[in-house]
Design a protein around this ligand. Sequence first.
Ligand SMILES: Cc1cc2nc3c(=O)[nH]c(=O)nc-3n(C[C@H](O)[C@H](O)[C@H](O)COP(=O)(O)OP(=O)(O)OC[C@H]3O[C@@H](n4cnc5c(N)ncnc54)[C@H](O)[C@@H]3O)c2cc1C
Length: 374
Amino acid sequence: MDVTMRWHRVLARVALVLVLVHPFLYRGIRGPAYPWDTTRQLTLSWEPEAILPGAVAWLLLPTLVGLALSRAGLGKKYQNWRLGHGVMAMVICVFAIWHVLAAGRYSADPVLSYLWLALGGIAGLCLLRVYLLAPLARLRRPWRVARTAKVAERTWELVLAPDGHEGLTYEAGQFAWLQVGHGPFSVDDNPFSIASAPSDGPELRFVIKELGDFTRSLGQISAGARAFVDGPFGHLTPIECDAPGIAMIAGGVGIAPMLGILNELRARNDPRPVTLVYGNRAASQIVDGDRLAAMEQAGHLRLVHVLSEPPQDWTGEVGLIDSDLLRRTFDDDQRSTWVFVLCGPPKMLSAVRKDLLAMKVSARQILSEAFVYD
Ligand SMILES: Cc1cc2nc3c(=O)[nH]c(=O)nc-3n(C[C@H](O)[C@H](O)[C@H](O)COP(=O)(O)OP(=O)(O)OC[C@H]3O[C@@H](n4cnc5c(N)ncnc54)[C@H](O)[C@@H]3O)c2cc1C
C-alpha cells in the first residue's frame, strides 16, 4: 500500500509536468513548421470542441495536485478531502480522454484510441470494485463492537467480533480499514494495524491513539455497534521469514502490530530470540506493559523500554531510539542476520532505518509500516 501510494505521488508529479509542458511543444498555426514535420502534425489547431476539454483538464490537474500537496494545511476532514480528490480525478480523466480523441493526431490513431478508452474503462472498473462490489461483499460479513477500553494515555483498544461468519483470515502484523458505526458504502473508514493474532481466535483487537474525529470518539462507541472490516493488507509479517531472530522497534502506538506478532510467536512456540525496543514519551503511554513484562519474565522476549520523559524512579533507557542504543542492543551477528520490524511515527521510522542501514543491516532485512501516507 505504501509503495502504491509512493508511486501514485511520483506518477502524479511526472504526469503534471508532461501535461503542463505539452501544449508548448507544438508550433502555432502562423509560425513555421518544424523542418521534419512536413505534414504539420505538430501544429496547434484551435477547434474549440477539441481544445476546450483539454484546457479544462490542463487547468484542473495542477489544482488537483496542489490541493493534494497542501492537504495538511487545508484543515479538511480526511475522508471529505479523499472524496473530492477522487471525483476531481475522474472529471480530469473524462475531459483528458475526450481531448486526446478529439484533438489528437498520433494519440487518436485507432489503436491508441482503444488504449485510452481501455485505460479509462479499467479505472472505472476499479472504482466500481472499490465502491460497489467490495462494500456489497462486506455487507455479508458484518462485525460487532465487542468492547472498547482505555489502555494508556489517549490510547484505546477496540475489539471487534464477527457477526455470523468465521472472521478474517490474516497474518499477524497486517492491517485493515475499519468502518465503525457506518454502513459498508460509507466513505468514512480508517486503517488500523491488527493488534491481535490469528491464533487468538476470531475477535480482532486494535490499539488506537486519539488523533482526529474518529479516534477521539472511541470512548463513545458502545458494545454491539455495527462495524465493517476491509482487509487484510500489509507486509509487516516477519513470522514466516527464515531469519534466526526477530528485532522489533516500535514508537508509541506503533506497538499495535508488534503485539499481534508477539502473540502469534508464542502461540506457535517459535524458538527464535525476540527483542522488542519500545519507545514512548512518558510511562503513561506504554500499552500492555504488564503483559510485555510477563513475557520477558517467562523468557520469551528481551524488552527494552525507552522513554524521552522518564519518571524519577525509571530504570530503563532514556532519550530516543538512536544509533547508540541500537548498537548496544543488537550485536554484529544479530545486525547481519535478524529481521528488523519497524513501526512508529514517520520521523522515528526514517531515523531508525537510516541508522540500521549505516550499521550494515541490509534493506532486505527491514520491514516497516508507516501510519501515514504523506
Ligand atoms: C497502514 C496504517 C496502519 C495504521 N495503524 C494504526 C494503529 O494501529 N493505531 C493507530 O492509532 N493508528 C493507526 N494508523 C493511523 C490511523 O489510521 C489514523 O490515526 C486515523 O485514521 C485517524 O483518523 P481520525 O478520523 O481520528 O483523524 P483524521 O483527522 O480524519 O485523520 C488524521 C490523519 O490520519 C490519516 N487518515 C485518516 N483516515 C485515513 C484513511 N482512510 N486512509 C489513510 N489515512 C487516513 C490521514 O493522514 C489524516 O490526515 C494507521 C495508519 C495506516 C496508514
